[in-house]
Design a protein. Structure first.
Length: 147
């Protein structure tokens, strides 16, 4: 039995990385503590700077290995984040364009200038949540959502 965790820096433990010195910060993440409490195997698929669309993409990659005894947690990110492909890999689109480990798309700023709108965000958010939910139902895998 495993708990699969998807999310952004909060699930990944990015803030812990800066606060916990001399220890493995991943031992203190929310996902790790909950998984340990319930005595389930932890599979942490969170990504710093991640997006809901990125979670759906990563879920698709592992979906066939899941069993009915597994639980998948999707800790949803802001609807103003998204991910798109660039040169064969998924890249993040973030409103503040974090550099470094956030794997930012080359045209991050153009996204917000030409393609972003409140209506587009709601549409994409709803599509992703419904898609992932019905994938889980089809696979007979428990899924939980939080934001």
């Amino acid at each position: 039995m495993a708990f699969y965790w998807f999310g952004d820096s909060w699930v990944y433990g990015d803030e812990l990385e800066r606060e916990i010195s001399g220890h493995d910060f991943k031992e203190y993440t929310f996902a790790k503590l909950v998984s340990n409490y319930f005595e389930h195997t932890l599979v942490d698929l969170s990504v710093c700077g991640g997006s809901n669309s990125g979670m759906a993409y990563e879920f698709l990659k592992i979906a066939k290995q899941l069993t009915s005894s597994d639980t998948v947690f999707f800790l949803l990110t802001s609807d103003c984040r998204t991910s798109i492909f660039e040169q064969g890999q998924i890249k993040n689109i973030l409103p503040n364009g974090y550099a470094g480990k956030h794997n930012i798309h080359t045209h991050n700023s153009e996204w917000y200038k030409f393609f972003d709108s409140p209506e587009q965000r709601v549409l994409q958010y709803d599509q992703i949540i419904n898609l992932v939910y019905f994938w889980c139902k089809n696979l007979k895998v428990r899924c939980k959502f939080a934001n």
